[in-house]
Every structure is written in structure tokens, then in C-alpha cells.
Design a protein around this ligand. Structure first.
Ligand SMILES: NC(=O)c1ccc[n+]([C@@H]2O[C@H](COP(=O)([O-])OP(=O)(O)OC[C@H]3O[C@@H](n4cnc5c(N)ncnc54)[C@H](O)[C@@H]3O)[C@@H](O)[C@H]2O)c1
Length: 386
């Protein structure tokens, strides 16, 4: 059994702890829970309690740790876990900004314990629909991709949501808004499926729909090294909102929406048709393709934890290697930097320039956030979070 400790027993950490305690992750045992607020630990009376993560790391009670605290703590806690030689699974995002992610990755590369496992929680990578799309892209079924358009605006969040977490949606407490809290999954899927863009230009607004100081609406235009273009639109202010990924490729147009893939497949690839037809207004004939997608058999967070536990035992591959976590952070940072500085970002992003912009936002903030005490979120409420 791999003995797991969790730091941060809030909404998400309690969910992870319940998954492990209920036996949903074979080979894993919930050995310890740690939260700066001791009241959060009361829900796990049969597990060892800590209010100081260092004491948990030094206790000998755990083999591996999951970090589910507010984002800014992900970096210092990861550095301490790596130094203590404890296997590490960090919830998304890996860090608030690129320079922090680089600090964690550097510590991992310089680690003493060579068999240390380092993973990041990108549970949406386990969704069968995205795995199918990745295989279609990687196997060349779609041909070269010309354009990507992801509208991800079904992240509606109420004022109560923002008031319920004092750290949320502040530069100092969270370090960003929709790009850093809600979108890390889509930003990771963007880079996992399509690679990193070479140029980013964004527009958006801070606190447009909510009483918050960070971004709640962003539209980004992306350019890729091979000429592919993309548009990424995110918002926490729209209801009912949309989650639609549209890909225009040589082999036609593929859309993922409402948990279905619809693909109009060009019988002749677009470029080949364009250069060979003698008609002026013709388009390639298309087939309507039904792409079968398997049912998910394991809850997605449990699947990530399960792969982590196996990797700690020396078997199998992680769903997402920890070092890959920097890419979605860099992408989101580049979008926000472009929007706030009203400039085009040439990638790779200058991590030091971003960190200094963020520090200025923190120093110059005089925003007074309204807060409420929401109590502890139920498992049912959390299941709507992701
Ligand atoms: N993977 C997913 O699907 C998913 C979904 C939701 C949230 N998350 C991530 O989980 C993390 C936590 O989010 P949440 O919604 O659970 O927040 P939350 O505010 O509900 O819980 C955070 C908890 O961390 C504790 N904490 C803060 N600093 C600490 C420290 N230094 N040491 C120990 N405990 C500390 C707080 O007391 C609180 O109980 C965030 O990084 C978020 O992005 C991931």
C-alpha cells in the first residue's frame, strides 16, 4: 500500500481524501491529512492529523503527498516535498506563474532521490473523448490542422462563489482569475493536443461580471509555428455558456460539444482539392463520421491518483508528468500578460517579466473583497466544480 498524505483539506482536498479513504484508488491508503485550519481535519477522524506540512513530511507516516491548497502554496510545498524525498502529486495549476514552475522543476531535476515521482492533476486528460481526439490527431487522421477554436464559457460562477473563498480572485491570494483557476484543464488540453503556440494576443476584462479584481473574460488569438491559428475564449460570467472545441483540418471539420464528437470528413484533403478542382465554387465532398467514444469506467481524479500510485510502485505511466504542468501556466500567463500590457507575446514568455507584473498588481491593489463563510462544501457541490 502507498501511504498518501494530503495538504489542503478544503473543497478539492477533501474530495481527494474521500476518494482514497473509500477505497476508490487501488493500492492507496489515506495515511495523513494536513490543513492550516484544524477544523478541516475533523471529517477524517481515523487518519493522522497535521496542521504543519513539514511535520507531516518528516513524520515517516507517508510515502507520497497530494497538494490541494490555494495556488500560491503549490510551489513552496512542492519544494519542501521534493527536498524531503516524498513522491508528489500537485493539483492544478503547478504554480501561479512560469518562474515559480521553473523553481519546482529545477528542484526536481536536482533532487537527491532519483526514483521520486512527480505528477500533476490534469484529470480531464483521462476523459475518453479527449483521448480519442488525441489519437485522431497523433495518427494523422485529421491531416494538418488549419484552425482551432475553443470557446469555454460554461464556467459560470456566482458572486457567492467568489465571496466564499477569501483567497479567490485576488492578485495576492490567487494570482489570477478564469485563466488560472477554471481554465488550467483546457489550457493543458490545448498544449497536450496541439503543442505550444509561438505568438499570443489577447483581449479581455478584469472584474467585468463580478466584484473581483482579476480577469473574468478573455479572448485570445494564437499562432503556431506551422501556421495553424487558434482562438481561445473563456469566461466565468456567461450562463448557460458553451464548451465547444472546433478544429478545421485538411480532413474536414471536427467539433467536440455536449460530450460528442461530430466530424465532417473531407473525402479529399482541402489543399489537394483546392489545387486540383476545375470548378470555382465547389468544396470537397464530405462524409458524416460517427466516432465511437468509450464510456469512462473510473472517476477521473481517482484515475490520476491511481496512475500516480502505480508509478510510485514502479509500474505504468503517469497521466501527466509534473514537469508538463509548466506549459498550461505559461500559456495562461502569456494570455493575461498580452491582455494587460496590450501587446503581442512572442513565446516563450519572459517568466521574470510576468512575475514582476504580477508583483506590481499585488503591490498596487487596493481592492476590498467581500467575503462570506460558506461552511464546508458538500461532495455533491464539489462534483459540479470541474
Ligand atoms: N483538479 C480539479 O479538478 C480541481 C478542482 C477544484 C480545485 N482544484 C485545485 O485545488 C486547490 C484547492 O482548491 P479548493 O477549491 O479546494 O480551495 P479551498 O479554499 O476550498 O481549500 C484550500 C484549503 O487549503 C488550506 N490551506 C491553505 N494554506 C495551507 C497551507 N499552507 N498548509 C495547509 N493547508 C493550507 C485551507 O485552510 C483550505 O482548507 C486549488 O489549487 C485548485 O485549483 C482542482
Amino acid at each position: 500500500m502507498i501511504r498518501i498524505g494530503i495538504v489542503g483539506i478544503g473543497a478539492m482536498g477533501a474530495g481527494h481524501a474521500n476518494q482514497i479513504a473509500s477505497g476508490a484508488v487501488p493500492g492507496a491508503e489515506l495515511a495523513a491529512v494536513c490543513d492550516a485550519d484544524s477544523k478541516r481535519l475533523e471529517a477524517f477522524p481515523d487518519t493522522e492529523h497535521f496542521t504543519d506540512h513539514k511535520k507531516m513530511f518528516d513524520s515517516g507516516a507517508i510515502d507520497a503527498v497530494m497538494i490541494a491548497t490555494p495556488h500560491y502554496f503549490h510551489t513552496p510545498l512542492s519544494l519542501d516535498a521534493i527536498q524531503a524525498g516524498i513522491h508528489l502529486l500537485v493539483d492544478k495549476p503547478l504554480g501561479v506563474h512560469k518562474a515559480d514552475c521553473e523553481r519546482t522543476i529545477k528542484a526536481y531535476e536536482d533532487r537527491d532521490r532519483q526514483d521520486l515521482v512527480f505528477a500533476v492533476m490534469f484529470n480531464q486528460r483521462t476523459r475518453p473523448i479527449y483521448r480519442k481526439l488525441k489519437s485522431l490527431i497523433d495518427n494523422g487522421e485529421l491531416g494538418k490542422i488549419r484552425r482551432i477554436n475553443w470557446t469555454i464559457t460554461d464556467w459560470f460562477r456566482s458572486e457567492f462563489y467568489f465571496r466564499a473563498g477569501g483567497w479567490r480572485a485576488t492578485w495576492k491570494g490567487e494570482g489570477g482569475g478564469v485563466l488560472l483557476n477554471q481554465c488550467p484543464h483546457q489550457l493543458d488540453l490545448m498544449q497536450w493536443l496541439f503543442g505550444m503556440p509561438c505568438r499570443v494576443r489577447s483581449f479581455g476584462a478584469l472584474g467585468k461580471y463580478h466584484e473581483i479584481e482579476v480577469e473574468d473574460e478573455v479572448t485570445s488569438y494564437l499562432e503556431y509555428p506551422d501556421g495553424t491559428t487558434g482562438v481561445f475564449i473563456a469566461s466565468t460570467g456567461e450562463a448557460p455558456g458553451t464548451n465547444r472545441l472546433e478544429i478545421a483540418a485538411e480532413r474536414g471539420r471536427l467539433i467536440i460539444e455536449n460530450d460528442e464528437i461530430s466530424w465532417l470528413r473531407n473525402e479529399i484533403p482541402t489543399a489537394e482539392f483546392s489545387s486540383s478542382t476545375t470548378e470555382r465554387f465547389a468544396k470537397p465532398p464530405v462524409w458524416e463520421v460517427r466516432v465511437p467514444v468509450e464510456e469512462a469506467t473510473v472517476q477521473e481524479h481517482a484515475a490520476v491518483i491511481g496512475a500516480f500510485v502505480k508509478a510510485v510502485s514502479g509500474e505504468g505511466n503517469l497521466i501527466a508528468e509534473g514537469i508538463e504542468g509548466i506549459r498550461s501556466v505559461e500559456l495562461g500567463n502569456a494570455m493575461l500578460y498580452s491582455m494587460l500590457k496590450d501587446t503581442t507575446v512572442e513565446m516563450p514568455l519572459d517568466g521574470a517579466a510576468y512575475e514582476s507584473m504580477l508583483n506590481e498588481l499585488i503591490e498596487n491593489s487596493n481592492f476590498e473583497k467581500k467575503t462570506v463563510d460558506p461552511g464546508i462544501a458538500s461532495a455533491d457541490e464539489m462534483s459540479k466544480s470541474f
